[in-house]
Structures are given as structure tokens and as C-alpha cells.
Ligand binder design. Structure first.
Ligand SMILES: [Fe+2]
Length: 267
């Protein structure tokens, strides 16, 4: 005997089912988009080749920029490391590599907005750079700074204060990773009270930098201590991890939250 659904379910019941399916499809909550577009600008990326531990060559630099753009970032800041251990990374050299990078993007037919800033390590050489100025900044005289591991908090306090005197706004690069600071949660809260901005790495939210770092990043998110979420991308492997991070509802949640506040560089 052949089982025929059409014959066993009355026509009115079939219509009711179709109606319910239609209403469910119409009103079910839309999944959050898997994109970094709400962040708008990536303020921390090691795209420029051959300058630090970032991309190895121009081909990788172009594919990283293209990948970040595909993931939703509309404007990319190149932020090579500047530190005492990289004496060749002078503003003139960075500018020359940045110009070559822009030409390569255009030769590849990629219309992507890119700008140059830097990530300064607050090491023994930094005060000299600050005195000599000007420094390579993000908009609003924001200066992306990274802490030297195991530096005493009192030295950092002085350095950050000196930055404010020169009217730079410190943007702490990935403070969720500074577990070397004693009572770092309190230190982060203090920085926030002083008006410093805090940039969290997207991959910190996935646990890529360890469980403790992820917990700190989530604590910062919950307490509205995050100013920006950035890729801090160095290579193709990290680009792929960033792509996969969008599968995480935590990451999408954080992106939405920063997006609602105007993105990474609110006007
Ligand atoms: Fe970095």
C-alpha cells in the first residue's frame, strides 16, 4: 500500500501548517550578521611587510588587507611596531613602505581606504621619541601604545601622564593581555577613569590568547571598558582565525555593542 500524505492530512490542516510556517519565517529573530562592519575601522593591524613580525611580503600584505575588507572593515590603519629594538622603523621608512603598499593595492584593483599610524612600545627609548615628536597617530591625536612586559606600573603611570601633557590620548593596545601587572583589573579600571582608551584584540575574546585573557576581555566588555576591537593581524593564519571568530556569539555580541557606540573611532 502506498502512503500518501496528501490523502491522510485534511486540506484545512495543511493550510494551517503552511500559515504557521510562513508566520514563523516572517517573525523569527534575524541572526546577527557575521561581519566586523559595525566596527568600521580597524585601528591595529600589522599589514606593512618586512618591518616587524607582521606580513612577510607585499603579496601577504595585500591579501590581509583584502581579507579584512571582505570581513567588513571599511578603513584599515597600518600600525607597525616602533621600539628601541627596531631602530630602522623611522617615520620616513614607514611612509615609504606605506606608499608602496598603497600602490600595490591599487595595482591589484582593490579600492580600500588605508592610513598609516604605529604601535609604540613604552620602552626606554619612548621618552626620546615623545620629546622629538611628532608621532604617528590615529585620528584625534590618539596614540596606540603597548606596554613593555614587566615594566613597573609606576613608570607606566609617568609615561602615560607625560603623553597627556603633550595632548596625546593614549590608546592601550590589548590591555586584556597585561597579566604581568599586579592587580591588572584595578589598573585597567584606573586607566579607564583617567580617560585612556582601551583596544581589545578580537582574538582575545575567542580564547586564542588563553583563558585568563579571554576572561579579562569579557570582564572589560561587561563593564563597558572597551573603546575598540581590533584585528591586530600579523599573518594569513590570524586572518583565518578572525574569519572563524565570527562564528562565536560572544564575538558578534561584542562587535554589536561597540557598533552601537559608533564603532571603533566614534566621531
Ligand atoms: Fe600589535
Amino acid at each position: 500500500m502506498t502512503f500518501n500524505l496528501r490523502q491522510t492530512v485534511p486540506a484545512t490542516s495543511r493550510l494551517t501548517n503552511i500559515y504557521h510556517l510562513f508566520m514563523f519565517t516572517l517573525f523569527r529573530s534575524k541572526p546577527e550578521p557575521r561581519t566586523f562592519k559595525p566596527l568600521s575601522t580597524d585601528i591595529h593591524a600589522h599589514l606593512l611587510p618586512g618591518l616587524d613580525n607582521g606580513s612577510a611580503d607585499m603579496s601577504e600584505a595585500v591579501s590581509l588587507a583584502s581579507g579584512l575588507h571582505d570581513l567588513g572593515f571599511v578603513h584599515l590603519y597600518c600600525t607597525p611596531h616602533i621600539s628601541k629594538s627596531l631602530p630602522g622603523n623611522t617615520p620616513d621608512r614607514l611612509l615609504a613602505v606605506f606608499d608602496a603598499f598603497r600602490r600595490s593595492l591599487s595595482a591589484a584593483g582593490l579600492d580600500i581606504q588605508v592610513s598609516l599610524a604605529a604601535e609604540y612600545l613604552l620602552d626606554e627609548g619612548f621618552e626620546g621619541l615623545l620629546e622629538a615628536g611628532p608621532l604617528l597617530c590615529l585620528p584625534g591625536k590618539r596614540l596606540l601604545v603597548e606596554l613593555q612586559p614587566n615594566r613597573a606600573e609606576v613608570d607606566l603611570r609617568t609615561l602615560l601622564f607625560n603623553l597627556r601633557i603633550k595632548e596625546y590620548l593614549p590608546v592601550l593596545a590589548h590591555p586584556e593581555r597585561y597579566h604581568f601587572l599586579p592587580n591588572y583589573n584595578k589598573v585597567i579600571s584606573k586607566w579607564h577613569e583617567r580617560g585612556y582608551e582601551m583596544q581589545v584584540d578580537i582574538l582575545s575574546l575567542t580564547g586564542h590568547h588563553g583563558a585568563a585573557t579571554r576572561e579579562t576581555a569579557l570582564w572589560m566588555l561587561k563593564n563597558n571598558l572597551i573603546s575598540s576591537l581590533a584585528s591586530n593581524v600579523h599573518n594569513r593564519k590570524e586572518l583565518e582565525l578572525l574569519n572563524r571568530s565570527l562564528e562565536s556569539s560572544r564575538v558578534r555580541d561584542a562587535v554589536r555593542k561597540i557598533g552601537e557606540r559608533g564603532g571603533n573611532l566614534p566621531v
